[in-house]
Design a protein around this ligand. Structure first.
Ligand SMILES: Nc1ncnc2c1ncn2[C@@H]1O[C@H](COP(=O)(O)OP(=O)(O)OP(=O)(O)O)[C@@H](O)[C@H]1O
Ligand SMILES: [Mg+2]
Length: 514
């Protein structure tokens, strides 16, 4: 039998780091926390993503709090998708209670209270930094997902986006896209059919109905300007601490598709806008996605593939993504395989399915001479977890049962007054509270329709010469099209090219922004 000294050596060797690292907690052996055997994660490997899993009430949210606090201390900003709204306490100092000091005494880690700079973001009219996106930026893939469209309907949405991209017509809000749909089924019918093929009116009818449904559910609220600039997520405060940006999603909990799609659009945008970083000492941004299963639920195969691609590629932009969910099996295997850090809190064995998932989970962890993984998985206490990470060389560290440190900040949520205080001080709240309604598809098409109507009136008067005139005009336009085709073709290519403008999920890089 190995001695405790051997074990401490085993952990400390496995988790040493030449560069800076964050300390998650101390190791547990035979159910007891051990002093001076620390579980450290190198900052350098934080862009290798991770998973935080465990049954309800086992300590996942507190683990993210502990994790975020340390990231912020190192000047690394955090984006937290806070579905339950239980994360805001990080803005205030915690209290030094005996259950906390006992926990820290066991692992021999000093405890101190601290608070962290916070921005509260919101997708609704709730107090905070308003997060909006334009329909154009959102792109056809995600827009179709929000509306729950089938393949045929999604195809029509793609044509609509293409038409608007080609004509440089910004789709800012739902009013714009409704206008375009009306236009292409009426005044613009011929124009569309000529360049993009026939579009069935029953399909556009269904799409319109679904957009109206979305509006009625309050989904119109986050489409529009001013659209959020992801650079505002990267702020460091005057003391060098990274901002913890908390996207509070409590009030749209009942619309999982809406916010999971919004999350995807944000990921795509972060991915597209951030420069390539290569290997670096620490990440630029760390994102935690709570209730991560919502992103993967009902996602089509194509969408899942794109999510996998983003997860794979965003690493090189210095962004780490951490999925938080109750059951690790909620995360598709293609994504799971890319996660470097795994923090597995206790799982409960109530049903046959539970037992199956415990076995599967245990099989996914490296074997250890110190632990019986499936036994440990069901016997971990609250605020304890099985951990494996990657060391600086990218090699998996030994499996370790860990007693997590306690948050330095408040474990409870903020009061309404405290939330108000934060928002009153926030520069971003002011910046994004402004509603802008500049000329977009709606106004542009209205103008166009007026022109068409005027023309129609004029046409009616001289119907006789009209036909001849039209013929002549046609040859003229074909001629002029031919002469400018080289230039306009290249312009159109830049404007609509998937790689330049519409990237992953068809999300747009902000070309309409001034
Ligand atoms: N690291 C920790 N230090 C001290 N106490 C902890 C720690 N982790 C968890 N706890 C205690 O356990 C409680 C539940 O933890 P937490 O809210 O993080 O669970 P959860 O897994 O996120 O649950 P849910 O699935 O319901 O969201 C906390 O309120 C706290 O009292
Ligand atoms: Mg939680």
């Amino acid at each position: 039998m190995n001695s405790t000294e051997d074990f401490i050596k085993h952990i400390n060797e496995g988790y040493t780091s030449k560069g800076e690292s964050i300390t998650l907690g101390g190791a547990i052996l035979n159910g007891e926390a051990i002093a001076d055997a620390f579980v450290k994660i190198p900052l350098k490997t934080l862009n290798r993503h991770g998973l935080i899993a465990g049954a309800t009430g086992t300590g996942k949210t507190k683990t993210i709090q502990v994790f975020s606090e340390q990231l912020s201390s190192f000047g690394i900003p955090v984006l937290m998708m806070d579905i339950k709204g239980d994360f805001s306490g990080i803005a205030k100092e915690g209290e030094e209670k005996s259950f906390i000091t006992d926990r820290h005494a066991k692992i021999n880690l000093p405890y101190q209270v601290a608070k962290f700079p916070v921005e509260l973001l919101t997708l609704s009219e709730q107090n905070g930094v308003r997060l909006r996106a334009t329909v154009s930026e959102f792109g056809p893939v995600l827009f179709s997902r929000i509306l729950d469209l089938n393949d045929t309907q999604s195809g029509v949405i793609s044509i609509i986006f293409k038409y608007c991209d080609d004509n440089k017509m910004p789709l800012l809000d739902l009013k714009d896209i409704k206008k375009v749909i009306n236009y292409i089924t009426e005044e613009g019918k011929e124009e569309i059919t000529k360049s993009y093929g026939k579009i069935s009116t029953s399909t556009t009818g269904t799409i319109l109905r679904k957009i109206i449904e979305l509006e009625q559910q309050g989904g119109d609220i986050f489409f529009g300007e001013m659209s959020f600039d992801i650079e505002d997520l990267m702020r460091i405060d005057e003391n060098g601490k990274g901002y913890v940006n908390i996207l509070r999603l409590t009030d749209i909990q009942d619309k999982p598709k809406l916010f999971s799609t919004f999350m995807l659009s944000m990921l795509a945008e972060i991915y597209q806008q951030m420069p390539e970083k290569g290997d670096s000492e620490q990440p630029e941004l760390v994102i935690f996605i709570d209730e991560a299963h919502l992103i993967f639920n009902e996602a089509s195969k194509a969408l899942l593939e794109q999510i996998e691609t983003i997860v794979k590629l965003i690493r090189s932009k210095g962004v780490g993504i951490y999925f938080v969910t109750q059951n690790p099996m909620d995360v598709p295997s293609g994504v799971l395989a890319q996660l470097g850090l795994k923090i597995q809190h206790a799982l409960r064995a109530f049903t046959a399915n539970d037992r199956k998932s415990i076995k599967q989970t245990a099989d996914n962890y490296p074997t250890s001479e110190y632990y019986n993984t499936s036994e440990v998985l069901t016997s971990l206490g609250i605020g304890e977890a099985l951990v494996t990470a990657l060391n600086e060389k990218g090699i998996p560290t030994p499996l370790v049962a860990t007693m997590l440190r306690a948050p330095m900040s408040r474990m409870d949520i903020l009061s309404e007054t405290e939330i108000q205080e934060i928002n009153n001080k926030s520069r971003l709240v002011k910046k994004y509270s402004e509603l802008i309604d500049r000329e977009s598809a709606y106004e542009m098409l209205n103008k166009k329709i007026t022109v068409i109507e005027n023309e129609a009136a004029a046409e009616a008067q001289k119907e006789a010469d009209e036909k001849a005139e039209e013929k002549a005009a046609k040859t003229r336009t074909t001629k002029s099209n031919n002469t400018t085709s080289a230039v306009s073709k290249s312009v159109i290519k830049v404007l609509t090219s998937a790689t330049f403008i519409r990237g992953v999920f068809g999300v747009l890089t902000k070309i309409f922004k001034k």
